[in-house]
Write a protein that binds this ligand. Structure first.
Ligand SMILES: [Zn+2]
Length: 275
């Protein structure tokens, strides 16, 4: 675990700005036990996440997704907010953080008390039917899956999208869920790889960014374009940009301030003097 040296640059950067737009990523949730997709060089640490086309068209991919998601759900939902989430909530209360946009789908920012949060990539606790569009609770679906798989057991580590490594032979015996109303495929209400962020969601975030006087990126390598493009927009608008991340990011050369470190410990100290 890296410990960040005493560094006043971030505290002074935060104190200088009145309307900050923040973008957060998986690095904010790692201390809550939700593991990051990528290592410090931006490479995949585990197998890459499911692509939407394969999920829609290949029965085996669909079954594997839901088997792993089902197995990983208890651990995913037991995760608690950490200092990173608490720091953003405190900063918002202090009045100079105006919009938080997160790439995380775990709702931990909201559970820590943040209100102005946009879930850029959706939320894992809601399920949507790809046929009739019905939205249901993931917790309810978890119970339905358990009822349909009474003797099925899987234990594994949680991944960022809530799935887990499960043996292939076990996956074959898993009964995947379908919509109770129309029988079509079900998908968590998150943006899969190969999908775009919904246009109105992106527009909402852009409007917030247009009203900001600075941008902070925390815990994201920005390898996913849907996050990186906000940095480009901010840069084109001439906004100061700060980044807190362990490891390099795609925008290091666009930032005015780069803090190499763990988000929670770095940010909790920096916002402590605001209130
Ligand atoms: Zn349906």
């Amino acid at each position: 675990m890296l410990t960040h040296p005493v560094d006043d640059r971030l505290r002074r950067w935060i104190a200088r700005h009145r309307r900050v737009f923040a973008l957060t990523g998986a690095g904010c949730s790692t201390a809550s036990g939700i593991s990051d997709y990528r290592d410090e060089q931006g490479e995949w640490k585990r197998r890459p996440p499911v692509m939407i086309q394969a999920f829609r068209t290949q029965e085996g991919v669909y079954r594997r997704y839901w088997a792993r998601a089902y197995a990983g759900w208890p651990r995913f939902t037991s995760a608690l907010p950490n200092d990173a989430h608490r720091a953003f909530a405190a900063w918002e209360s202090a009045g100079t953080l105006v919009q938080l946009v997160t790439q995380n789908v775990d709702r931990l920012h909201q559970r820590a008390g943040s209100r102005a949060v946009l879930d850029l990539h959706g939320r894992l606790d809601v399920v949507v039917c790809l046929g009739c569009g019905e939205r249901t609770s993931r917790a309810d679906l978890q119970r339905a899956i358990a009822a349909a798989n009474p003797s099925w057991r899987a234990e594994a580590a949680a991944a960022p999208d809530g799935d887990a490594d499960v043996e292939e032979s076990i996956i074959e015996s898993f009964t995947a869920p379908h919509c109770a109303r129309c029988g079509h495929l079900l998908k968590p209400d998150v943006v899969f790889f190969g999908e775009n962020v919904p246009g109105e969601r992106y527009a909402y975030a852009c409007a917030a960014l247009a009203g900001a006087d600075a941008m902070l990126v925390a815990g994201s390598s920005l390898m996913v374009y849907s996050g990186f493009r906000f940095v480009r927009v901010a840069r084109e608008a001439g906004l100061p940009i700060a980044i807190i991340n362990r490891g390099r990011t795609r925008a290091d050369d666009l930032a005015d301030l780069k803090i190499e470190g763990e988000v929670g410990s770095t940010l909790i100290d920096a916002v402590a003097t605001l209130a």
